[in-house]
Write a protein that binds this ligand. Sequence first.
Ligand SMILES: CC(C)(COP(=O)(O)OP(=O)(O)OC[C@H]1O[C@@H](n2cnc3c(N)ncnc32)[C@H](O)[C@@H]1OP(=O)(O)O)[C@@H](O)C(=O)NCCC(=O)NCCS
Length: 152
Amino acid sequence: MLDIEIVRAHPKDSPRLKQIAIDSKRHWGYPEHLVSKWAQTPIITPESIDIDKVHLARVGSLTVGWVRLLIRLPDVVLEDLWVLPDFIGKGIGKRLFGHVLEQAKLSGARHLELDADPHAQSFYVKMGCRVVSESVSEWGRNIPHMVYNLQG
Ligand SMILES: CC(C)(COP(=O)(O)OP(=O)(O)OC[C@H]1O[C@@H](n2cnc3c(N)ncnc32)[C@H](O)[C@@H]1OP(=O)(O)O)[C@@H](O)C(=O)NCCC(=O)NCCS
């Protein structure tokens, strides 16, 4: 079992976190031109790391994943959750999601919301989320909008 440490991100981590998000997104085999175009957007900025609740997962000295929670009461949104491909399926997503849940509960909000990558929907269902609606993304995918009941 991996020894996973969850720590708050620092604004200077932003280039590394951006690269993890890009590598993680590639895991699902999306067309490279779509991923490359997305990679030209900010994805994560030092300012957001300063303002929002951004935490990273470390295994030893290596950052292997990260999560961003936006608290904009009454809305609490899981905006990002990324694990490096080599570390997928090793319990890191579950640890990061659990960490976010603790913070979301402390906010007093009723629900945690997120728009899931379709490939990750089953992961979020396993974490206790349910699908409440669907939308079509600019990549033509059906994106499930999911919620976790924080006061259940
Ligand atoms: C989705 C993601 C964050 C899950 O993280 P992970 O570290 O691989 O997940 P874990 O190893 O902690 O798995 C936790 C549980 O969910 C299950 N699970 C994980 N991913 C799953 C999937 N895609 N489908 C079904 N079940 C899944 C695991 O089997 C495990 O079950 P268990 O607790 O019974 O053993 C990770 O696959 C990832 O980063 N994917 C690429 C980027 C992405 O899609 N991010 C989400 C954007 S919304």
